[in-house]
Design a protein around this ligand. Structure first.
Ligand code: ZN
Length: 244
């Protein structure tokens, strides 16, 4: 099965539509690793677009839970908090009901799917190989797909001594996964943080276990204009321009 893997859309409909157009014809199923809303200007539109995708598995993220009021928004920084409050003010009942029903973790064959980490599916950031190392024991499958950090990366359990290596994304072509234990992040559709403002996603073939990183430029100014019209924090609009 060919799977479109997306994460951290964060209510950026322009980026989401650009990714879906770019990947058109290359997938039969969609795995979405959470954070459909928060930060961006189009939460309801993004929820509606995602929920209509084919053979969808969609997880809940920490921002989704914050908009639902399920976690204290004071754990977020001021800009994120302002965006969550704004999202709460515009979210439709249909959007909230959809987000509320999302699971925090799913296992699909050889793949465990979470937003944050296997150890803490919603909250933990895997930002380095040491945290990745501590998470491998919580995995019952060879491969784990995570989002949350907005950074495309592969952590590779390299040997029996527990050594973990960090691989940057390779956009030159597909990577075979077979026979390794990996924690893989596709990067963020709607708010990349790896100094590359292009929307990030990945294509996964679960028959051959091959993973292919993708980037696609989108109309950042269009999203920024919608954010400014909604009076979302200017810093959140500006950061889209430099991918951080
Ligand atoms: Zn996120």
């Amino acid at each position: 099965m060919r799977v479109l893997v997306i994460s951290d859309i964060h209510a950026n409909l322009v980026a989401l539509e650009t990714v879906l157009a770019h990947a058109a014809g290359a997938y039969e199923a969609v795995w979405c690793l959470g954070d459909l809303v928060g930060y961006g200007p189009s939460p309801n539109e993004c929820v509606a677009r995602v929920r209509a995708l084919p053979q969808l598995i969609c997880l809940v993220g920490n921002h989704d839970k914050a908009v639902l009021g399920e976690i204290d928004i004071n754990v977020f920084n001021g800009d994120a908090r302002a965006a969550i409050s704004w999202s709460q003010s515009v979210a439709t009942r249909a959007s909230l009901e959809y987000l509320q029903a999302l699971p925090a973790q799913r296992v699909c064959g050889d793949y465990t799917l979470v937003h944050g980490s296997p150890r803490q599916p919603v909250w933990e950031y895997i930002l380095d190989r040491f945290v990745a190392h501590d998470n491998f024991p919580f995995l019952d499958t060879p491969y784990c797909l995570v989002g949350h950090t907005h950074m495309p990366v592969i952590y590779h359990l390299a040997g029996p001594n527990g050594d973990v290596r960090e691989e940057p994304p390779d956009y030159a072509g597909p990577r075979r996964l077979a026979g390794q234990r990996l924690i893989i992040n596709p990067g963020s559709v709607g708010q990349p943080r790896d100094n590359n403002p292009a929307a990030a996603y990945a294509l996964l073939d679960t028959d051959t276990d091959t993973w292919e990183y993708q980037r696609v430029a989108y109309d950042i100014f269009a999203t920024q204009s919608r954010m400014r019209a909604a009076r979302l924090p200017e810093r959140l609009a500006a950061r889209l321009g430099y991918g951080w």
